[in-house]
Design a protein around this ligand. Sequence first.
Ligand SMILES: C[S@@+](CC[C@H](N)C(=O)[O-])C[C@H]1O[C@@H](n2cnc3c(N)ncnc32)[C@H](O)[C@@H]1O
Length: 220
Amino acid sequence: MVQEKFPGVFVVGGRLATLSLAPGSRVYGEKLVREAGGEYRIWDLYRSKLAAAIHKGLKELPIKPGSTVLYLGAASGTTASHISDILGRSGSVFCVEFAQRPMRELLQVCELRENMLPIMGDARKPQEYAEMVGRKVDVIYQDVAQPDQSEIFLRNSALFLKRGGWGLICVKSQSIDVTAQPKKVFEKFLVQVGEEIEVKEKIELSPYDLEHLFISGKRR
Ligand SMILES: C[S@@+](CC[C@H](N)C(=O)[O-])C[C@H]1O[C@@H](n2cnc3c(N)ncnc32)[C@H](O)[C@@H]1O
């Protein structure tokens, strides 16, 4: 049985899934299920922080069919491909990644999905890919696991995020400070980004990802 949880996000046989935009292809070995004339990709809660956040009760999903998303830290496209499914052909996701190995895999995923646009670039230097993006975006999704996660978000938000647009940020406390208590690291992060976005939801991602906080907030 297929139930819609958010536009473009489904529960299929009790598991979170998206309707594949590239039927017949897998991105990370995910299970494919044919139901009601479509092919659904089961969305692994342990492989995608967005899936874990939705499963753990995210109330509003600002990534919608037709949205434009800037994705920082796309890796080989696990989560970005599910976002591509949600957006459909009328939306687009710009996928920024700076490491060569995941980028090679990401390029193969993007070849099958016209709405996924790969950008080999450093998220610390958004001006270097500003021309490629060439517009304001509805959502910035960030999962970079770097000590300067808050600065990276602020720089990209200033350049690309529409007023009233959304930031979805996966904060990894261990990458910011291994010695500090995660709670303290998260509090500091929230203050740093709080000037730019009004934080709406905070979801701690255990047991799917340890010491990670998922934040959603609206640009002021
Ligand atoms: C935790 S992984 C992302 C997993 C991915 N978001 C997913 O769910 O499928 C973090 C990724 O961010 C990339 N990254 C880290 N710092 C970056 C930067 N400054 N610019 C671009 N990519 C970066 C890393 O190379 C790595 O692939």
